[in-house]
Write a protein of this length. Structure first.
Length: 277
């Protein structure tokens, strides 16, 4: 178990440093939920514009069941198989976890992707379809979005369409202003494109009125703690921020020696849900 955990941490560090702000889908799965001996259901979901999305639903550990569903909107690289260990840890803690692949990722339907885009608005349509389907498939439970980096733009962009169906959002590496990302990388000689006016994104973002927890990293130079504070002032009391020492998207690794992989993330999530949802 120790060796496998060390391998996970090495992989995640590699992933977090090399996949930022460049859409890089992987069409092959590196593992599946049953590879970690977790019960799951595979489900095909169709979007409003006719794309098929591959989805995995991880069963919550029955004796720990918290009657809460987490839908993962992951970052801009890989596919949902990169987050099997994350999802299994949350499912073991009692959460039903739903992961899905955006169009053009994993085993979801083909979609032409230009890597220089920060995100695609069609990915928000994907999230909308998953939320709508899961709210019907798994009724009478709290439903939240667990978003990471690019996934936070997807959650924000989809929010006006899903606000009546979800109860909370937890976002790590939260993008609050696409123009800042574009300008930051332009200075470094890298071109990042936006799929639409940033004003459209900001209207969606500032409409968020459900409980929102933003996790920020001390060494994150782009999705900074300061930018999260600015957003918090706009959104008000429903928005909370928790800061950890580390790099972009390494919240599952915080205080690993004492809490284990995902321990800090779980404690922050549970405290947030106890008081906010």
């Amino acid at each position: 178990m120790k060796k496998s955990t060390e391998a996970i941490l090495f992989f995640l560090l590699l992933f977090s440093f090399n996949s930022v702000y460049s859409i890089n889908p992987d069409r092959e799965y590196i593992r599946t939920p049953d590879s970690v001996k977790w019960n799951y259901q595979q489900l095909d979901i169709n979007t409003r514009d006719g794309f098929r999305l591959n989805t995995w639903i991880y069963e919550a550990k029955p004796e720990n069941d918290k009657d809460t569903v987490l839908i993962l909107a992951y970052p801009d690289a890989g596919n949902m198989s990169y987050f099997v260990y994350h999802a299994a840890i949350l499912a073991n803690a009692g959460y039903t976890v739903v992961t899905f692949d955006y169009r053009g990722f994993g085993k979801s339907q083909d979609f032409e992707i230009q890597k220089e885009f920060l995100y695609y608005k069609e990915f928000a349509w994907d999230l909308e379809a998953v939320v709508e389907t899961i709210s019907k498939e798994i009724p009478n439970k709290k439903l939240g979005i667990w978003a990471m980096s690019m996934g936070t733009t997807i959650a924000s962009r989809a929010y006006p369409q899903i606000k009546g169906q979800i109860d909370f959002i937890i976002g790590e590496g939260f993008i609050t202003d696409p123009d800042v990302i574009v300008d930051y990388y332009k200075e470094k000689g890298k071109e990042i494109l936006l799929p639409e006016s940033s004003d459209e994104f900001k209207i969606s973002l500032e409409s968020i009125d459900c409980p929102l927890l933003i996790l920020t990293a001390s060494n994150d130079k782009v999705t900074t703690h300061g930018s999260a504070i600015i957003l918090q002032k706009k959104l008000g009391d429903n928005c909370e921020i928790s800061r950890y020492e580390g790099e972009h998207l390494t919240g599952f690794q915080v205080d690993y020696d004492n809490l284990g992989f995902g321990g800090w993330f779980l404690s922050e999530l549970e405290e947030f849900l106890q008081y906010k949802s």
